[in-house]
Design a protein around this ligand. Structure first.
Ligand SMILES: *Cc1c(COP(=O)(O)O)cnc(C)c1O
Length: 372
């Protein structure tokens, strides 16, 4: 295959070329593990047939192993994306009562706003501070105003737009809170291990680290099932979805198949621990280049900086289009910042190789030298 450009998109995002090649090779005729030809492509298969059953079981098995998901967690393969989960979670877990929300950026803010439809959704901590740049640090969990009767506490463990990451999940137990922690981990899922002892439910869209858009992964502790509101649609009722092994309605079959190929790739790379090591290396390289440049800035407090999504700014935003056009000619794509914050953003998901970040840093250095 011809050399591909490096794609820094925040999502849908870059995928390993070997995965795309395999999906292309199998597009018209998928072969079973025993080498038998199915004669049809994965998109054309019944989700209840033997072939797709093999694909599904393998994807689930590999994901469980990669993330060391304990047996008392169900893994649900759903649709709707993380934004739909902003409704589906309260429909299933809020019991129409109090939910606690930690607002650290635009995604957790959106989650809180949606939860207001279903009960008393409270903001118990936030990093919006008068007189300070917003969304640049993580509020210390010791200061969270947790409710006595919250049905869950929600955090976005990686704020994709603002570039803020919880490098350690809060330990609610240690804070005297028995409510389950719910995390939106869309944009760093599978980039590092998850401490399941601190989590009640985790959800994420696939299109950042896992595969094509259309698949949403939900990891839910079994004891949290069974309390959905009466108005909860059956297709979004976690108990119903779990009881049907994610086949109550047609799951996003092709996206699950590609995700399975990505899981195989992740395993071949050495698993999540090795990917985390590489992600730390890539992020350090880029943040160091920004901090030492005297030209680019990232405003997030170093301890809260995301390894996955790195927003950065130049002294003069009128240079942004010049930077982006030059980057494209070097094969460095999709570096435009989110429209709400402006500037530039590089997303460094699992499938972004170190060489891509080296190429970006080289281009940034040269650009700064020309325009400083
Ligand atoms: C991308 C993203 C979303 C939005 O997901 P959709 O698939 O568009 O619903 C929500 N939360 C986070 C943290 C994200 O990164």
């Amino acid at each position: 295959m011809a050399e591909r450009p490096y794609n820094f998109s925040a999502g849908p995002a870059t995928l390993p070329p070997s995965v795309l090649e395999r999906a292309a090779a199998e597009m018209l005729d998928w072969r079973c593990a025993d080498g038998r030809s199915s004669g049809i492509g994965v998109m054309e298969m019944s989700h209840r047939g033997r072939e797709f059953g093999e694909i599904f079981a393998s994807a689930e098995h590999q994901l469980r192993a990669l993330l060391a998901v304990p047996p008392h967690f169900k893994i649900l393969f759903m649709q709707g994306g993380a934004i739909a989960e902003n409704s589906i979670v309260p429909l299933n877990l809020s019991r129409g009562g109090v939910t606690d929300h930690v607002v650290t950026g635009q995604w957790s803010l959106k989650t809180h706003q949606e939860a207001l439809r279903y009960g008393e959704a409270r903001v118990v901590a936030s990093n919006v501070q008068p007189g300070e740049a917003n969304h640049t640090r993580l509020p210390n969990p010791a200061g969270w105003q947790l409710s006595a009767r919250a049905n869950y506490v929600h955090v976005c463990s990686n704020e994709t737009i603002n570039g803020i990451e919880f490098h350690e999940l809060p330990d609610l137990h240690a804070l005297g809170c028995d409510a389950p922690l719910v995390i939106d981990c869309s944009s760093h899922l599978a980039s590092r291990p998850i401490d399941w002892s601190r989590v009640g439910l985790a959800y994420g869209g696939a299109q950042k680290n896992i595969g094509p858009a259309g698949l949403t992964l939900v990891f839910v502790r079994e004891d949290l099932l069974g309390h959905a509101l009466r108005v909860c649609p059956a297709a979004f009722n976690y108990s119903v979805v779990a009881a049907h092994d994610s086949m109550y309605n047609t799951p996003p079959t092709w996206a699950i198949y590609v995700a399975g190929l990505v899981f195989e790739w992740m395993t071949d790379q050495g698993g999540v621990a090795e990917l985390e090591r590489r992600n730390i290396e890539k992020a350090s390289l880029l943040y160091d280049a920004i901090d030492r440049s005297g030209f680019y800035v990232n405003r997030v407090e170093p301890s809260a900086r995301s390894r996955m999504n790195v927003p950065f700014f130049m002294p003069d935003s009128s240079l942004d289009p010049v930077f982006l056009a030059g980057a494209e000619t070097q094969g460095l794509l999709q570096l435009k910042g989110h429209k709400s914050v402006g500037g530039l953003r590089a997303s460094l998901y699992n499938a972004m190789p170190l060489e891509g970040v080296q190429a970006l840093v080289g281009y940034m250095r040269e650009f700064a030298a020309r325009h400083a």
